[in-house]
Design a protein around this ligand. Structure first.
Ligand SMILES: Nc1ncnc2c1ncn2[C@@H]1O[C@H](COP(=O)(O)OP(=O)(O)OP(=O)(O)O)[C@@H](O)[C@H]1O
Ligand SMILES: [Mg+2]
Length: 309
Protein backbone atom coordinates (compact mmCIF):
# COMPACT_ATOMS: atom_id res chain seq x y z
CA UNK A 1 0.00 0.00 0.00
CA UNK A 2 1.24 3.46 -0.91
CA UNK A 3 0.04 6.78 0.41
CA UNK A 4 -0.06 10.26 -1.10
CA UNK A 5 -0.84 13.44 0.85
CA UNK A 6 -2.01 16.47 -1.13
CA UNK A 7 -0.88 19.61 0.69
CA UNK A 8 -0.82 23.33 -0.01
CA UNK A 9 -2.31 26.72 0.77
CA UNK A 10 -6.06 27.15 1.16
CA UNK A 11 -7.95 27.15 -2.12
CA UNK A 12 -5.08 26.05 -4.41
CA UNK A 13 -6.87 22.85 -5.47
CA UNK A 14 -5.83 20.13 -2.99
CA UNK A 15 -9.31 18.61 -2.87
CA UNK A 16 -9.82 18.82 -6.64
CA UNK A 17 -6.47 17.28 -7.53
CA UNK A 18 -6.58 14.59 -4.84
CA UNK A 19 -10.07 13.58 -6.03
CA UNK A 20 -8.93 13.55 -9.67
CA UNK A 21 -5.84 11.53 -8.74
CA UNK A 22 -7.90 8.97 -6.80
CA UNK A 23 -10.30 8.64 -9.74
CA UNK A 24 -7.55 8.30 -12.33
CA UNK A 25 -5.56 5.74 -10.32
CA UNK A 26 -8.74 3.70 -9.78
CA UNK A 27 -9.44 3.89 -13.54
CA UNK A 28 -6.14 2.07 -14.03
CA UNK A 29 -7.51 -0.84 -12.02
CA UNK A 30 -5.91 -0.13 -8.64
CA UNK A 31 -7.84 -0.29 -5.36
CA UNK A 32 -7.93 3.26 -4.07
CA UNK A 33 -9.22 4.92 -0.91
CA UNK A 34 -9.59 8.72 -0.98
CA UNK A 35 -9.70 10.20 2.50
CA UNK A 36 -10.49 13.78 3.45
CA UNK A 37 -8.83 15.13 6.58
CA UNK A 38 -9.97 18.69 5.98
CA UNK A 39 -12.51 19.69 8.67
CA UNK A 40 -14.35 21.58 5.90
CA UNK A 41 -14.89 18.44 3.82
CA UNK A 42 -15.74 18.68 0.17
CA UNK A 43 -14.79 15.25 -1.10
CA UNK A 44 -18.49 14.33 -1.07
CA UNK A 45 -19.36 17.49 -3.02
CA UNK A 46 -16.72 16.74 -5.62
CA UNK A 47 -18.01 13.18 -6.15
CA UNK A 48 -21.62 14.37 -5.72
CA UNK A 49 -22.36 11.79 -3.07
CA UNK A 50 -23.03 11.79 0.66
CA UNK A 51 -20.05 10.65 2.71
CA UNK A 52 -19.46 9.84 6.38
CA UNK A 53 -16.53 8.70 8.47
CA UNK A 54 -17.12 5.16 7.20
CA UNK A 55 -15.64 4.37 3.83
CA UNK A 56 -18.12 4.15 0.98
CA UNK A 57 -17.66 2.41 -2.34
CA UNK A 58 -18.01 4.92 -5.15
CA UNK A 59 -17.26 2.83 -8.23
CA UNK A 60 -15.24 -0.32 -8.88
CA UNK A 61 -12.13 -0.18 -6.71
CA UNK A 62 -12.62 3.44 -5.61
CA UNK A 63 -13.75 4.11 -2.03
CA UNK A 64 -14.29 7.47 -0.32
CA UNK A 65 -14.22 8.55 3.31
CA UNK A 66 -14.43 11.81 5.27
CA UNK A 67 -12.73 11.67 8.67
CA UNK A 68 -14.93 13.05 11.45
CA UNK A 69 -12.31 15.05 13.37
CA UNK A 70 -14.69 15.96 16.22
CA UNK A 71 -15.51 12.33 16.80
CA UNK A 72 -11.80 11.47 16.53
CA UNK A 73 -11.02 14.14 19.17
CA UNK A 74 -13.58 12.83 21.66
CA UNK A 75 -12.39 9.26 21.08
CA UNK A 76 -8.82 10.41 21.65
CA UNK A 77 -9.76 12.12 24.94
CA UNK A 78 -11.64 9.01 26.07
CA UNK A 79 -8.70 6.75 25.22
CA UNK A 80 -6.33 9.08 27.11
CA UNK A 81 -8.66 9.01 30.14
CA UNK A 82 -8.73 5.23 30.14
CA UNK A 83 -4.97 5.06 29.82
CA UNK A 84 -4.48 7.45 32.75
CA UNK A 85 -6.98 5.56 34.91
CA UNK A 86 -5.35 2.24 34.07
CA UNK A 87 -1.83 3.44 34.77
CA UNK A 88 -2.39 5.85 37.65
CA UNK A 89 -5.33 4.09 39.30
CA UNK A 90 -3.34 3.91 42.54
CA UNK A 91 -3.19 7.69 42.81
CA UNK A 92 -6.57 8.16 44.50
CA UNK A 93 -5.80 11.66 45.67
CA UNK A 94 -5.25 12.99 42.15
CA UNK A 95 -8.62 14.30 40.99
CA UNK A 96 -8.60 13.08 37.43
CA UNK A 97 -12.21 13.95 36.60
CA UNK A 98 -11.54 17.67 36.72
CA UNK A 99 -8.49 17.12 34.55
CA UNK A 100 -10.44 15.15 31.94
CA UNK A 101 -13.22 17.69 31.66
CA UNK A 102 -10.75 20.30 30.39
CA UNK A 103 -8.50 17.95 28.42
CA UNK A 104 -10.62 18.38 25.30
CA UNK A 105 -9.72 22.09 25.19
CA UNK A 106 -6.02 21.42 25.45
CA UNK A 107 -3.79 22.67 22.62
CA UNK A 108 -2.69 19.85 20.38
CA UNK A 109 -5.73 17.62 20.91
CA UNK A 110 -6.98 18.11 17.34
CA UNK A 111 -3.60 17.20 15.95
CA UNK A 112 -3.30 14.09 18.15
CA UNK A 113 -6.85 13.10 17.20
CA UNK A 114 -6.06 13.49 13.50
CA UNK A 115 -2.84 11.51 13.84
CA UNK A 116 -4.65 8.72 15.72
CA UNK A 117 -7.33 8.64 13.01
CA UNK A 118 -4.57 8.43 10.40
CA UNK A 119 -2.89 5.54 12.23
CA UNK A 120 -6.21 3.69 12.42
CA UNK A 121 -6.81 4.07 8.68
CA UNK A 122 -3.30 2.86 7.87
CA UNK A 123 -3.67 -0.15 10.17
CA UNK A 124 -7.20 -1.04 9.04
CA UNK A 125 -6.99 -0.33 5.32
CA UNK A 126 -3.33 -0.96 4.57
CA UNK A 127 -4.00 -4.43 3.20
CA UNK A 128 -7.29 -3.50 1.47
CA UNK A 129 -5.93 -0.85 -0.88
CA UNK A 130 -3.08 -0.25 -3.30
CA UNK A 131 -3.24 3.52 -2.76
CA UNK A 132 -4.61 5.75 -0.04
CA UNK A 133 -4.90 9.37 -1.14
CA UNK A 134 -5.24 12.02 1.58
CA UNK A 135 -6.71 15.47 1.16
CA UNK A 136 -5.24 17.55 4.00
CA UNK A 137 -6.33 20.56 6.07
CA UNK A 138 -4.57 23.93 5.64
CA UNK A 139 -0.76 24.00 5.80
CA UNK A 140 -0.29 24.92 9.48
CA UNK A 141 -2.42 22.10 10.85
CA UNK A 142 -1.00 19.59 8.37
CA UNK A 143 2.57 20.39 9.39
CA UNK A 144 1.59 20.11 13.06
CA UNK A 145 0.13 16.64 12.43
CA UNK A 146 3.24 15.54 10.53
CA UNK A 147 5.48 16.92 13.30
CA UNK A 148 3.66 15.14 16.11
CA UNK A 149 5.33 11.72 15.97
CA UNK A 150 8.81 13.29 16.29
CA UNK A 151 7.74 15.71 19.03
CA UNK A 152 6.01 12.91 20.93
CA UNK A 153 9.01 10.60 20.63
CA UNK A 154 11.27 13.29 22.11
CA UNK A 155 8.85 13.65 25.05
CA UNK A 156 8.51 9.92 25.51
CA UNK A 157 12.28 9.46 25.68
CA UNK A 158 12.44 12.11 28.39
CA UNK A 159 9.57 10.50 30.31
CA UNK A 160 11.13 7.06 30.04
CA UNK A 161 14.37 8.44 31.46
CA UNK A 162 12.46 10.05 34.38
CA UNK A 163 10.53 6.87 35.07
CA UNK A 164 13.76 4.87 35.13
CA UNK A 165 15.10 7.31 37.72
CA UNK A 166 11.95 6.83 39.81
CA UNK A 167 12.31 3.05 39.61
CA UNK A 168 15.97 3.30 40.65
CA UNK A 169 14.94 5.37 43.70
CA UNK A 170 12.24 2.85 44.55
CA UNK A 171 14.87 0.13 44.38
CA UNK A 172 17.01 2.05 46.86
CA UNK A 173 14.01 2.37 49.21
CA UNK A 174 13.28 -1.32 48.76
CA UNK A 175 16.85 -2.18 49.75
CA UNK A 176 16.61 -0.01 52.84
CA UNK A 177 13.25 -1.37 53.97
CA UNK A 178 13.86 -4.93 52.84
CA UNK A 179 11.43 -7.46 54.27
CA UNK A 180 10.31 -4.97 56.95
CA UNK A 181 8.31 -2.88 54.45
CA UNK A 182 4.67 -2.86 55.61
CA UNK A 183 2.28 -4.97 53.51
CA UNK A 184 0.44 -3.03 50.79
CA UNK A 185 2.82 -0.14 50.39
CA UNK A 186 5.31 -1.89 48.15
CA UNK A 187 5.81 -0.11 44.85
CA UNK A 188 7.26 -1.87 41.84
CA UNK A 189 10.90 -1.13 41.12
CA UNK A 190 11.41 -3.50 38.18
CA UNK A 191 10.58 -2.39 34.63
CA UNK A 192 8.71 -5.64 34.03
CA UNK A 193 6.33 -4.91 36.95
CA UNK A 194 5.78 -1.24 36.22
CA UNK A 195 2.69 -0.34 34.19
CA UNK A 196 3.81 3.19 33.52
CA UNK A 197 7.07 2.29 31.83
CA UNK A 198 5.35 -0.51 29.90
CA UNK A 199 2.83 2.00 28.51
CA UNK A 200 5.59 4.46 27.68
CA UNK A 201 7.43 1.78 25.70
CA UNK A 202 4.18 0.85 23.93
CA UNK A 203 3.56 4.48 22.98
CA UNK A 204 7.13 4.84 21.78
CA UNK A 205 6.78 1.79 19.54
CA UNK A 206 3.49 3.17 18.16
CA UNK A 207 4.80 6.64 17.35
CA UNK A 208 8.04 5.23 15.90
CA UNK A 209 5.96 3.06 13.57
CA UNK A 210 3.89 5.95 12.26
CA UNK A 211 6.96 8.17 11.89
CA UNK A 212 8.84 5.46 9.99
CA UNK A 213 5.88 5.03 7.69
CA UNK A 214 5.50 8.76 7.00
CA UNK A 215 9.22 9.11 6.27
CA UNK A 216 9.41 5.85 4.32
CA UNK A 217 9.48 4.99 0.65
CA UNK A 218 5.77 4.12 0.40
CA UNK A 219 4.67 7.61 1.31
CA UNK A 220 4.89 10.86 -0.56
CA UNK A 221 3.72 14.36 0.11
CA UNK A 222 2.64 16.33 -2.93
CA UNK A 223 2.62 20.11 -3.09
CA UNK A 224 -0.22 21.91 -4.84
CA UNK A 225 0.31 25.59 -5.60
CA UNK A 226 -0.98 28.30 -7.90
CA UNK A 227 1.10 30.63 -10.01
CA UNK A 228 0.89 33.56 -7.61
CA UNK A 229 3.23 35.09 -5.06
CA UNK A 230 1.25 34.28 -1.89
CA UNK A 231 0.93 30.66 -2.87
CA UNK A 232 4.67 30.61 -3.65
CA UNK A 233 5.61 31.97 -0.22
CA UNK A 234 3.43 29.49 1.63
CA UNK A 235 4.72 26.63 -0.55
CA UNK A 236 8.29 27.53 0.36
CA UNK A 237 7.42 27.46 4.07
CA UNK A 238 5.65 24.13 3.62
CA UNK A 239 8.58 22.55 1.76
CA UNK A 240 11.08 23.78 4.36
CA UNK A 241 8.81 22.22 7.00
CA UNK A 242 8.65 18.92 5.12
CA UNK A 243 12.42 18.96 4.75
CA UNK A 244 12.89 19.56 8.50
CA UNK A 245 10.55 16.68 9.24
CA UNK A 246 12.37 14.43 6.73
CA UNK A 247 9.18 13.72 4.84
CA UNK A 248 9.49 12.59 1.24
CA UNK A 249 8.34 15.08 -1.40
CA UNK A 250 9.29 15.31 -5.04
CA UNK A 251 6.28 16.57 -6.98
CA UNK A 252 4.63 19.96 -7.19
CA UNK A 253 1.47 20.66 -9.15
CA UNK A 254 1.29 24.20 -10.44
CA UNK A 255 -2.50 24.28 -10.61
CA UNK A 256 -4.97 26.66 -12.26
CA UNK A 257 -2.51 27.98 -14.80
CA UNK A 258 -4.50 30.33 -17.01
CA UNK A 259 -3.77 32.65 -19.91
CA UNK A 260 -1.27 34.65 -17.83
CA UNK A 261 2.13 35.31 -19.31
CA UNK A 262 4.42 32.31 -19.58
CA UNK A 263 7.08 34.47 -17.96
CA UNK A 264 5.07 34.87 -14.71
CA UNK A 265 4.35 31.15 -14.46
CA UNK A 266 7.99 30.29 -15.05
CA UNK A 267 9.26 32.85 -12.54
CA UNK A 268 7.17 31.35 -9.77
CA UNK A 269 8.34 27.84 -10.62
CA UNK A 270 11.96 28.96 -10.79
CA UNK A 271 11.70 30.54 -7.35
CA UNK A 272 10.61 27.15 -5.97
CA UNK A 273 13.31 25.30 -7.91
CA UNK A 274 16.00 27.63 -6.58
CA UNK A 275 15.57 26.24 -3.07
CA UNK A 276 14.26 22.80 -4.01
CA UNK A 277 16.08 21.85 -7.22
CA UNK A 278 14.87 18.25 -7.20
CA UNK A 279 11.17 19.21 -7.16
CA UNK A 280 9.46 18.04 -10.36
CA UNK A 281 6.80 20.52 -11.37
CA UNK A 282 3.78 19.63 -13.44
CA UNK A 283 1.43 22.31 -14.71
CA UNK A 284 -2.32 21.82 -14.54
CA UNK A 285 -4.30 24.24 -16.66
CA UNK A 286 -7.31 26.06 -15.35
CA UNK A 287 -10.21 23.96 -16.58
CA UNK A 288 -13.20 25.95 -17.72
CA UNK A 289 -15.03 22.88 -18.90
CA UNK A 290 -17.84 23.49 -16.43
CA UNK A 291 -17.17 20.19 -14.77
CA UNK A 292 -20.27 18.67 -13.25
CA UNK A 293 -18.12 16.37 -11.15
CA UNK A 294 -14.81 17.83 -10.01
CA UNK A 295 -12.92 14.55 -10.11
CA UNK A 296 -13.26 14.32 -13.89
CA UNK A 297 -10.39 16.66 -14.56
CA UNK A 298 -9.02 15.90 -18.02
CA UNK A 299 -5.47 16.74 -17.07
CA UNK A 300 -3.17 13.81 -16.30
CA UNK A 301 -2.46 13.97 -12.58
CA UNK A 302 -1.16 10.50 -11.99
CA UNK A 303 1.77 9.84 -14.35
CA UNK A 304 4.21 11.76 -12.14
CA UNK A 305 2.59 10.29 -9.01
CA UNK A 306 2.81 6.66 -10.08
CA UNK A 307 6.41 7.23 -11.12
CA UNK A 308 7.19 9.03 -7.90
CA UNK A 309 5.89 6.45 -5.44
N1 LIG B 1 -7.45 23.01 -12.44
C1 LIG B 1 -8.57 23.65 -12.05
N2 LIG B 1 -9.37 24.23 -12.98
C2 LIG B 1 -10.47 24.89 -12.61
N3 LIG B 1 -10.89 25.06 -11.37
C3 LIG B 1 -10.14 24.50 -10.40
C4 LIG B 1 -8.96 23.78 -10.69
N4 LIG B 1 -8.44 23.35 -9.52
C5 LIG B 1 -9.27 23.80 -8.55
N5 LIG B 1 -10.28 24.49 -9.08
C6 LIG B 1 -11.36 25.18 -8.35
O1 LIG B 1 -10.75 26.01 -7.37
C7 LIG B 1 -11.53 26.04 -6.17
C8 LIG B 1 -10.67 25.58 -5.00
O2 LIG B 1 -10.28 24.25 -5.22
P1 LIG B 1 -10.23 23.16 -4.05
O3 LIG B 1 -11.45 23.22 -3.23
O4 LIG B 1 -9.86 21.88 -4.67
O5 LIG B 1 -9.00 23.76 -3.25
P2 LIG B 1 -8.48 23.32 -1.80
O6 LIG B 1 -7.01 23.55 -1.84
O7 LIG B 1 -8.94 21.97 -1.49
O8 LIG B 1 -9.20 24.41 -0.89
P3 LIG B 1 -9.37 24.37 0.71
O9 LIG B 1 -8.05 24.81 1.25
O10 LIG B 1 -10.44 25.37 0.95
O11 LIG B 1 -9.72 22.98 1.10
C9 LIG B 1 -12.71 25.13 -6.42
O12 LIG B 1 -13.79 25.91 -6.85
C10 LIG B 1 -12.24 24.23 -7.57
O13 LIG B 1 -13.32 23.78 -8.39
MG1 LIG C 1 -10.10 21.28 0.17
Amino acid sequence: MKTVFFTGKGGVGKSTLSAAAAWQIAQKGYRVLAVSFDPAHNLGDIFETKLTHRKKRFKDGLYLQEVDLEKAASEYVKASMNLMKEVYGYLQSFNMDSYFSILKYSPGIDEYAALTALEKILAKEGTNFDYIIFDTPPTGLTLHIFALPGVTLAWLDRLIKLRKEILAKRFTIHNIQGKYAPEGVLLSYKETDDNVIKKLYELRARYSRVQEFLQGKDNQVVLVFNPDVLSLKESQRLLFGLEDLKLPFSIGFNNKVTGMSAETVKNIENELRKKFPSLKIQRILYSDNNLTAGYKLEEDIISPLLKGV
